[in-house]
Design a protein. Structure first.
Length: 240
């Protein structure tokens, strides 16, 4: 895929959604960090239900430490792997209180030193909370980048590095959100919604989902009606 095509793709995505945002609910950087840790192998909707119970009770590192391990688990038990996630969150909160004054650090190295925080989670926090042009490659972004041809790669890290190099700088800050939303709602895993995709003509995927027959017929009827209207208008004009 060439630069002009990539630029057009992101121009269209930006036009359709000028200010993309994460679907995780949060009101502070710490809340975002906890939500992203909880989101591993879980849906944003499920995480939001859990944090809607947790954050009104405890939404700072010290408050969660005061809540205790059992108290934290009680609030997040609806989420998969909640035991290990609770352990990581408690350990991360202890480090934040002891080493960072209860604040979430802005440096990648410090973020990735927190239990439960890998490169992808750090990228989400850096991008969403601090506005850094990072690329958190999850399953949606990995699929969209490879399928469309925007940035191909065999591993999430390879795709991340190619996206950082190939996405035009003007779009880099929001590209993560556009791609994840596109993968979640349009370029889905089993049956991508190609007929409804606003970048279908630019996408290099060879096995696009075809439009249903009735849609093709409706489109042809519409084209025929347009042609007849144009022809009729021409005839009326020539008579006058």
């Amino acid at each position: 895929m060439n630069r002009a095509k990539r630029t057009e793709i992101f121009e269209r995505l930006r036009a359709a959604n000028p200010a993309p945002k994460t679907e995780l609910a949060y009101t502070s950087t710490f809340e975002l960090l906890v939500a992203v840790i909880l989101s591993a192998q879980a849906t944003d909707k499920g995480v939001n239900k859990a944090t809607a119970r947790l954050f009104p009770v405890a939404n700072t590192p010290q408050a969660i430490l005061d809540l205790g391990d059992a108290g934290l688990k009680a609030h997040i038990k609806t989420i998969g792997l909640f035991n290990s996630k609770a352990k990581n969150i408690m350990a991360a909160c202890r480090i934040l209180v002891d080493e960072h004054g209860g604040q979430v650090p802005r440096e990648r190295k410090a973020l990735e030193a927190l239990p439960g925080v890998g490169r992808k989670t750090a990228n989400v926090v850096l991008n969403t909370a601090f506005g850094e042009p990072t690329m958190a490659v999850d399953t949606h972004i990995f699929r969209v980048a490879n399928r469309t041809g925007i940035a191909t790669g065999k591993t999430p890290l390879a795709v991340e590095l190619r996206l950082l190099r190939l996405v035009p700088k003007a779009f880099l800050k929001d590209a993560h959100h556009w791609l994840i939303l596109h993968g979640r709602y349009v370029c889905t895993a089993r049956k991508p919604r190609c007929p409804q995709c606003l970048i279908a003509d630019l996408c290099e995927y060879k096995h696009k989902t075809p439009a249903p027959p009735q849609a093709d017929a409706a489109a042809k009827d519409g084209e025929r009606a347009d042609a007849e209207a144009i022809s009729s208008a021409g005839e009326m004009k020539s008579r006058h």
